[in-house]
Design a protein around this ligand. Structure first.
Ligand code: AHR
Length: 514
């Protein structure tokens, strides 16, 4: 990393304090909090991870440059194959000899799916990037019969129709997929086969039940509302959980944010909405459990989250001009610096709620609303790649609850928003990491940290990501426009130290035990 740049906009220094104690623990962070998502959509798979014939691909057609970039993120789990695509997908189309796989119209994105890339290819790719598969089953056009068959195909050792077919298709050993989604956004009118909460709750219950009969070691995620602002939000969770509470393990949350009015302070406050969304879904799960006197606690799978809006207009044109095309440039948001700040703040929010959010998937991973973009010639990291990488690398261990005292601000939709958004994680190796976003557009913050319960900490580095232009982006031609920088800072004296957090910046403060 390059040397640390400082903001040129600091005209007003503000002060904040952060007190950390190792006994103030939130939870052990489930590593699946740093998961991601690949949908058979646009160029996520085709030209993204799978690009046969490209000089950068291996003999299986996997892009090696992409594999390298994904591995640096240490993504522990990837949800697949959708998304909206899922609700019209026949998983059986995606297995067996390629020449026999049917091309189908995908009614979710109005493209043609050739099925040249399917379940075996995805599991092989997942092995190469050291990740696990979170596989989703279609509850739109299909149901429990397919759900139990695909679990048998993927996880049963052999001696049955579907498991022997897997072996015949080249995978002697089971894929051993432990985490399954039953459906995707089933409350949404855009979904192929939208359901009422009752209809979905029933089908999810019966599917999860028989999937677990095939393999009792699996965990199942039920579809929560597709967004916090759906009119049926809340009622959906309570009614569908009334039907499936006993057979599912997690409820999903999805949320994408936009800055449509070019209001940066309001945009950066949107993680406050994410926090409220999580806490409300926790309450709904607990209310559903309480009503049935259940001892079981449902946790949360925030399996789609990101910024998504930059590509909306372009997508309308791409779809209009290429109906039923393949590998279209869809959802290709080009992320700017302020998007990275909100993504950082969303990661802080997930860590802060890691007592109940056990799984989260940055949506998505390659080309479609993604941290990694590809062209025929190479790949590059978008701005949002960096905070995600830092959180994934340094956010594992025990999440701590810091006492943060920060100046507040109000924006169009939010009151009393802390200018400094911060949290901390203690690693198992004695390291300590503080993640912080300064939401202020014009004030640096002098942050005084009191690490009173940590003896002998050495300050390793202060990673900062800042750019004077919130709209700055990384492109193929200029991939390093917005990147983090790193600086050495003095060690704490008696557990106390101060550090400058530049206006509009993402920060990672890393300490180790001496
Ligand atoms: O991630 C893009 C889309 O967003 C997914 O297909 C869908 O689940 C959500 O609406």
């Amino acid at each position: 990393m390059a040397e640390q740049k400082t903001s040129s906009k600091n005209n007003d220094l503000k002060k904040a304090t952060l007190i950390l104690d190792k006994d103030f623990s939130i939870a052990r962070v489930d590593e699946r909090l740093f998961g991601s998502f690949i949908e058979q959509l646009g160029r996520a798979v085709y030209e993204g991870i799978y690009d046969p014939g490209n000089a950068k691909s291996d003999e299986h057609g996997f892009r090696l440059d992409v594999i390298e970039k994904v591995k640096k993120l240490k993504v522990p789990i990837v949800r697949y194959p959708g998304g909206n695509f899922l609700s019209g997908f026949n998983w059986e189309d995606s297995i067996g000899p390629r020449e026999n796989r049917p091309a189908r119209l995908d009614l979710a994105w109005f493209t043609t799916e050739t099925n040249a890339f399917g379940m075996h290819e995805f599991c092989a790719w997942a092995n190469k990037v050291d990740t696990k598969v979170m596989y989703a089953v279609n509850m739109g056009t299909r149901g429990m019969d397919e759900a139990r068959s695909v679990v048998e195909y993927a996880n049963h050792p052999g001696g049955s129709y579907w498991s022997d077919l897997r072996r015949k298709n080249g995978a002697e050993k089971p894929f051993d997929i432990k985490l399954w989604c039953v459906g995707n956004e089933m409350d949404g009118p855009w979904q192929i086969g939208q359901k009422t909460a009752y209809e979905y709750g029933r089908i999810a219950n019966e599917s999860a039940k028989v999937m677990k009969w095939v393999d009792p070691s699996i965990e199942v995620v039920a579809c929560g509302s597709s967004a916090y602002d759906m009119p049926s939000f809340g009622a959906w969770e309570l009614e569908m959980l009334e039907q499936c509470y006993d057979n599912v393990d997690y409820v999903s949350l999805h949320r994408y944010y936009q800055n449509l009015t070019d209001d940066t302070p309001n945009f950066l406050a949107k993680s406050v909405d994410m926090d409220a969304f999580i806490k409300t879904v926790v309450s709904l799960c607990d209310a559903a459990g309480g009503k049935r006197h259940s001892k079981k606690k449902l946790n949360l799978s925030f399996d789609e989250w990101n910024v998504w809006y930059h590509s909306n207009e372009q997508d309308k044109q791409v779809k209009a001009q290429n109906c039923w095309g393949q590998a279209l440039h869809l959802l290709e948001d080009v992320y700017n610096f302020e998007d990275a700040l909100l993504v950082g703040s969303m990661l802080i929010t997930l860590l802060r709620n890691s007592d109940r959010v056990k799984i989260a998937c940055l949506a998505q991973l390659i080309n479609a609303i993604a941290p990694i973009m590809t062209s025929k010639n190479g790949c590059w990291a978008q701005t949002i790649y960096w905070p995600f990488m830092h959180a994934s690398l340094y956010g594992r261990g025990t999440a701590l609850r810091p006492v943060v005292n920060s100046p507040l601000y109000s924006s169009k939709d939010f009151d009393d928003v802390p200018l400094l958004d911060a949290t901390a994680v203690q690693g198992d190796d004695g390291t300590l990491t503080v993640f912080a976003v300064n939401r202020s557009s014009d004030s640096d913050i002098e942050l005084t940290c009191n690490l009173r319960a940590f003896d002998n900490l050495k300050f390793d580095e202060h990673i900062v990501m800042h750019h004077d232009d919130v709209k700055a982006v990384n492109t193929e031609a200029a991939p390093n426009t917005v990147i983090p920088t790193s600086a050495k800072v003095c060690d704490p004296a008696n557990g106390v130290f101060s550090v400058k957090i530049p206006a509009l910046s993402w920060n990672v403060l890393r300490f180790s035990d001496v």
